[in-house]
Design a protein. Structure first.
Length: 61
């Protein structure tokens, strides 16, 4: 997940006083948690693929 327009809009809203600092921090923390979860899922998928490759390689010999 990258810095989307939605995230930029949240930061801009906070800067314009539409959100309190606490609200902006809470939104950013939620975004970071989501990013962490997405990265963890990617890592899990990559580890599974690596294991499949290792098993295929060892089956050849």
């Amino acid at each position: 997940m990258l810095w989307t327009d939605e995230r930029i809009s949240r930061i801009a809203a906070a800067a314009n006083g539409c959100l309190t600092v606490e609200e902006a921090v809470a939104l950013m923390a939620a975004d970071m948690t989501k990013m962490r979860d997405e990265y963890a899922a990617c890592i899990t998928e990559l580890e599974a693929e690596l294991q499949r490759c290792r098993e295929q390689e060892s089956a050849r010999f």
